[in-house]
Design a protein around this ligand. Structure first.
Ligand code: SF4
Length: 354
């Protein structure tokens, strides 16, 4: 019989599990602490549960964590890990150390349905949703997990297209009985999926990042088919109805393509579109991928765009590019083929451009 996974379960669900295993009610909280506080890898390690209780528990359940099946290490310290999922897919996450911070970029789906033209994941097609266990396992099992200070949902997949699992994962990460992280340490990105964004704004306090990439709807549509279902103008109208002055941060990701979205016309429209939102814009270098007409803008152009936006009241930064030599940089995550058994990249892929 296949054993069910404890990783990803809430306190309420663990209470039922404890009852089934004949454990006292308070054991649910103990299991929660072993899982999310101490990150044990086996039920046997939960030593404050009775021996008979552990045996009964292990008959039907397991912790459910899985080690990465491969890793690629960048010269800049970034590492890209390949994880098997419950449904037999492979997804990538990227560990990005930076001084006293360490960020993990996690995947929420195997592949993606959104089909952004410049994204390797989009080209790969859709392989299925990750479960909350799959998402949390990336945090749980990545080497250096205990150093993590931030998590960004900017890996493979569109988080708002798998929101049940993403919300369950973020709740367990922020639950006082779970990881107890502040929601301010977690950013969820999206191209803009109407129902998902609306629900996320209602149900989560985590930061939100919008993949903008072009302020003109018709030009954005040529790059991002998702514009058709929920356009950037409508999305901005929704976002402007929210109160952003407190805890939650709103940011816009903007890959700068040479000759495509880096003109003064684009800069002017960006300023107009985003005003008067309290937000920031992150400019991202484009890492070229095969068989696309897209080219990255020059460094001078990126600096010009940053300075233009900043001068006009939009807080803007150029995001440092990390892990480019292992195709872990922004927008280039692909899939199972990205890491060969020899640890050599076979396929380009920016860590998702989102
Ligand atoms: S950029 Fe994000 S939403 Fe677009 S295809 Fe890639 S993974 Fe999907």
């Amino acid at each position: 019989m296949e054993r069910k996974k404890l990783l990803g379960m809430t306190l309420g669900e663990l209470k039922e599990v404890a009852a089934v295993a004949g454990l006292p009610g308070y054991a649910a909280k103990q299991i929660m602490q072993w899982l999310y506080g101490k990150r044990v890898r086996s039920i046997e390690e939960m030593t404050n549960l009775s021996k008979s209780g552990r045996t009964a528990l292990a008959e039907c359940y397991e912790v459910g964590c899985v080690s990465p099946s491969d890793v690629q290490q960048s010269i800049d310290g970034t590492a890209k890990y390949l994880f098997p999922t419950e449904s037999g897919q492979q997804v990538e996450c990227v560990f990005i150390p930076d001084g006293d911070r360490a960020t993990l970029c996690v995947s929420s789906q195997a592949g993606c349905r959104m089909g952004c033209r410049f994204c390797m994941t989009g080209r790969q097609g859709f392989g299925g949703n990750l479960t909350a266990t799959d998402i949390l396992n990336q945090v749980y099992s990545v080497p250096g997990s205990e150093q993590l200070t931030n998590i960004v949902f900017m890996g493979q997949g569109e988080p708002m297209d798998n929101l049940d699992a993403v919300l369950r994962a973020t709740r367990l990460l922020t639950d006082q009985d779970g990881w107890a992280w502040s929601p301010k340490r977690i950013t969820v990105s999206t191209v803009g999926v109407r129902r998902g964004v609306e629900r996320f704004l209602r149900e989560s306090e985590c930061h939100l990042a919008i993949s903008l990439h072009n302020p003109f709807p018709e030009e954005r549509l040529a790059m991002m088919p998702a514009e058709n279902a929920f356009g950037i103008v409508e999305l901005l109208t929704l976002l402007k109805q929210q109160d952003w002055s407190h805890q939650r941060r709103l940011s816009f990701e903007y890959i700068v393509f040479g000759g495509l979205n880096d003109s003064e016309r684009h800069a002017r429209e960006l300023v107009r579109l985003l005003a008067p939102l309290e937000c920031r814009v992150n400019l991202i270098r484009f890492h070229e991928i095969p068989d696309t007409p897209y080219r990255g803008a020059s460094e001078e152009r990126m600096i010009w765009l940053r300075d233009y936006l900043t001068r006009h009241g939009v807080t803007t930064t150029i995001r440092a590019s990390r892990g480019q030599d292992i195709y872990a940089a922004c927008g280039l995550l692909h899939a199972a083929t990205s890491i060969s058994p020899l640890g050599e990249c076979q396929q380009s892929g920016n860590l998702n451009i989102k």
